[in-house]
Design a protein around this ligand. Structure first.
Ligand code: CP
Length: 341
């Protein structure tokens, strides 16, 4: 029976959260569990100070709204503090190497979160630091988004549908968010499809990860430009048609590639044949490019729940990789028992 206060993995199997492929399904489910149990407790008015006096250094090589705010609020809500080390604000990239930055931050802070231009940078930070490093997005993947997204999918699962019957269709470019969604949904044994022009399909290296997950956990992974793949989708997900790492693509080029076939609009949503299909977007959205206002603001959209679940996930991640997730769950259980005594 599901016990919201008991983790199978009391401490993380790895120091850092760089790539979900490094964790098995049960450990990801533990991260989901601590995230959602703490969320529910805080929503009921509960308070926790498990990270009292703990500091999270947040390195940003790019802009961020959701990642920055969610980590900062998560640390504050758990009794700790987050330092926003914005582009140009620290020596990294100018007079100091990544490795030296990692050594210094490890002496002053308890955890590091980094959003980087190149995946190799966050890997090097993790290898050099002595404290946990969380990948806040690279040009390869976006694992903190993955955790928030799988929480959102679990929150909105069709009733009585087993995970291996849940179909998630990503519409559009093979961004790192697309790759991440594929990695987490296949890890949960779901059916994942990317619907996109062939030139924008996920690479074979990514598809290999998905197929390995299929072998271990069930489900399937496909890429297609045939709109028939939309049929039966439980979740339709999209991201901008030009990623943060692809800023130089002129608008007329990406519009030609994707518009109108791959725009998530009312017709595309109807093509699922599922009136309850949910719409997801990692945000920020380019309204009326990859998604219309009518879908993003419509009744099937769970994009705002999804944004809120970035905070849900970050609380879970800082507790889990801070090594105190079970302690937080014990505290919640104890407080609830006291209230009910
Ligand atoms: N989805 C996401 O990572 O948003 P930000 O770029 O605003 O952090």
């Amino acid at each position: 029976m599901y016990n919201p206060y008991e983790l199978d993995h009391k401490t993380p199997s790895r120091k850092d959260f760089i790539d979900t492929t490094e964790f098995d399904q049960s450990e990801i489910l533990d991260m989901v569990k601590v995230s959602t149990t703490v969320r529910d407790f805080i929503k009921e008015g509960g308070t926790l100070a498990t990270l009292y006096h703990k500091n999270l250094a947040m390195i940003f090589e790019q802009k961020s709204t959701r990642t920055r705010v969610s980590f900062e609020v998560a640390m504050e809500q758990l009794g700790g503090h987050a330092l926003n080390l914005a582009p140009g604000a620290i020596q990294l990239g100018a007079h100091e190497t990544i490795a030296d930055t990692a050594r210094v931050l490890s002496r002053m802070c308890d955890m590091i979160m980094a959003r980087v231009d190149r995946h190799a940078s966050v890997v090097e930070l993790a290898e050099t630091s002595t404290v946990p490093v969380i990948n806040g997005m690279s040009d390869y993947n976006h694992p903190t988004q993955e955790l928030g997204d799988i929480i959102t999918i679990f929150d909105h699962l069709p009733a009585d549908k087993p995970l291996d019957k849940v179909k998630v269709v990503f519409v559009g470019d093979c961004t790192q968010v697309c790759a991440s969604l594929m990695m987490i949904t296949t890890k949960m044994g779901m059916d994942f499809v990317q619907y996109a022009p062939p030139a924008k399909w996920l690479s074979d290296d990514f598809l290999k990860i998905g197929r390995a997950n299929n072998q271990r956990y069930g489900g399937s992974v496909h890429v297609s430009d045939n709109p028939a793949v939309l049929e039966g989708a439980d979740f339709i997900y999209t991201d901008v048609w030009y990623g943060l790492y692809d800023k130089e693509t002129p608008k007329d080029v990406y519009m030609r590639e994707f518009y109108p076939k791959y725009q998530v609009n009312d017709e595309l949503l109807a093509a699922t044949g599922n009136p309850n299909a949910k719409f997801m977007h990692c945000l920020p959205a380019s309204r009326n490019e990859e998604v219309t206002d009518s879908v993003l603001d419509g009744p099937n959209s769970v994009a705002w729940d999804q944004a809120e679940n970035r905070l849900t996930a970050q609380r879970g991640l800082v507790l889990y990789f801070g090594g105190v997730a079970q302690e937080a769950l014990d505290e919640i259980k104890g407080q609830k028992e006291e209230l009910n005594a």
